[in-house]
Design a protein around this ligand. Structure first.
Ligand code: SME
Length: 157
């Protein structure tokens, strides 16, 4: 497929519906995990213009920064720490409307206001997380959860 992403306007659901098949096309036939994570992060940032989109991967019982789009970020997060480490520990997607109200939130940037973290599962074990930060409060909801979970299922971990 062409490497140009078709950016859609419309409501959030319409934007995801347009993006999903394009991400599927980007990933098809490419076995390299880093290449695929990089393209997923880029596609999400291009469509939604979020402040930060990226992956952390579990290595030696820590989350280590992987492919991302946005400002530089902290490189290592322990299990149970911050939103990412809590999502990993609880093995579930976390939506944080206001990061200042999340106990233990790790502020990589003071501009980040709300966040969603989606765990990546391989054989039912968390092998990483997708982390998305917005510079607006209350940016993420159940629609994001639904579609981001669908998108990460397309990644061959
Ligand atoms: N805020 C995250 C840390 C990662 S950065 O946002 C990129 C957390 O609390 O886990």
């Amino acid at each position: 497929m062409s490497e140009d992403l078709l950016i859609t306007k419309g409501n959030k659901q319409e934007q995801y519906e347009s993006l999903l098949p394009q991400i599927k096309g980007l990933l098809e036939g490419e076995p390299d995990l880093i290449a695929n994570l990089a393209n997923v992060a880029a596609a999400l940032r291009e469509q939604f213009n979020w402040f930060w989109v990226g992956f952390y991967l579990v290595k030696n019982d820590e989350l280590v920064l992987g492919p991302f789009q946005g400002p530089v970020a902290c490189t290592r997060i322990k299990k149970g720490r911050g939103v990412c480490g809590t999502s990993w520990q609880e093995e579930k997607t976390l939506i944080v409307e206001d990061v200042e109200k999340f106990p233990g939130h790790i502020a990589c940037s003071s501009l980040s206001k709300s966040e969603i973290v989606v765990p990546l599962f391989k054989n039912k074990i968390v092998v990483g997380v997708l982390d998305v930060d917005s510079d607006s409060l209350n940016c993420f909801d159940e629609t994001d959860k639904l579609y981001l979970e669908k998108i990460i299922q397309l990644i061959n971990l």
